[in-house]
Design a protein around this ligand. Sequence first.
Ligand SMILES: *Cc1c(COP(=O)(O)O)cnc(C)c1O
Length: 426
Amino acid sequence: MTCYRFNTNCVQGTYDPKSGEPRVLPIVQSTTFAYDDSDYVADLFDLKAAGSFYTRLGNPTTDGFEGKINLLEGGVGALALSSGQSASMFAILNICKAGDHVISSSSIYGGTYNLFDVSLRKLGIDFTFVDPDESAEALLSCAKPNTKAIFGETIANPGMNVLNFEKFSSVAKALDIPFIVDNTLATPFLCRPFEHGANIIVHSASKYTDGHATSLGGVLIDGGNYNWDNGKFPGLVEPDESYHGLKYTETFGAAAYIVKARVQLQRDFGCTPSPFNSFMFHLGLETLHLRMERHSENALKLAEFLSEHPCVEWVKYPGLKSSPYHELAQKYLPKGSSGILSFGIKGGAKAGKELVKHLDLVRLVVHLGDLRTSILHPASTTHRQLNEQQQINSGIYPEMIRVSVGIEDIHDLIEDFDQALRAAAV
Ligand SMILES: *Cc1c(COP(=O)(O)O)cnc(C)c1O
């Protein structure tokens, strides 16, 4: 098969209809698949044959989405899920059990922070949160004998830290643990974490993958580049009694992690996306390269405009030359720094509330990665369940406004922010 470039893979990657089949990946809205032969179905259940037998575990439309995101990230396999939250949950539960420990960047999405700090902790998995900008030594000093993974976000939501992949992967290698990256904000168009030492990637597909704010979903992608047979991950190496003693690493080699996530966790937890949502994610990926280019271009222009604005205290955007992350952005995000920026409005939270009232094009939504520009006040919305210290640890300040810059005409966006900032300041 010819090896095409990234943009071609967005448009045409993996779905290749045979003569007479639909040109566009079809929506197979069926829980069920019909068979003539029970021996074949037995082989499907025993994972000896590939094919759909029940949509909880696999569906042709969902396979299409998984194939494309896997191709774009350069993994060995992907598992689509019903939300980004379930993708992050599976990423950890696939390799950790009660008594295990994970090192996580503290500058992560608020929902992920709560998942780790509250719900997974209740299941007996321990987390240490650490400032991702600390030294490698400081990260290493968080390790315990039971540490099983290290987790970070390529571009932290909404702290805007750019992950130092070299540092995180060196720590993962020194501890011989997998390095898990949430690549939601960067997308594989801007950054391909497997090329920088990551072993597992998670996405909230609800954001740039969909791109049009229509569907909730997530995806887990396996780099196939970690040796699980090192004594730390018996669940992947030793017989799975719920699968007639199947050994994942022995049977599936480099794809052991992603097969286990599907046949064990998806079987038991059932965090399955609907085929319709998988169709929307697949459709979204077809224009990912164009959208991310424009999101990044518009965000840089808006960040530059806001930096000069008299009503603005500060602007955080990794693409700005003044950003402390500019160098890391140049290294890991050479095609652009994505569409998310944050700024501090003069007059604090009160002025922020006024700003929302005066914006016309730009609406307040609890979301990011949409085509349409939106804003959010994280301290009172996405991060409100964290206390003030946890908020500051996650990079959230009271005057902070997060902007998800869309793909509209940049002049209209600048004019809307300008009039609303001036009106809010009065
Ligand atoms: C939104 C988001 C999530 C959670 O995804 P859902 O699809 O909303 O469950 C996880 N990580 C990041 C970086 C996000 O922005």
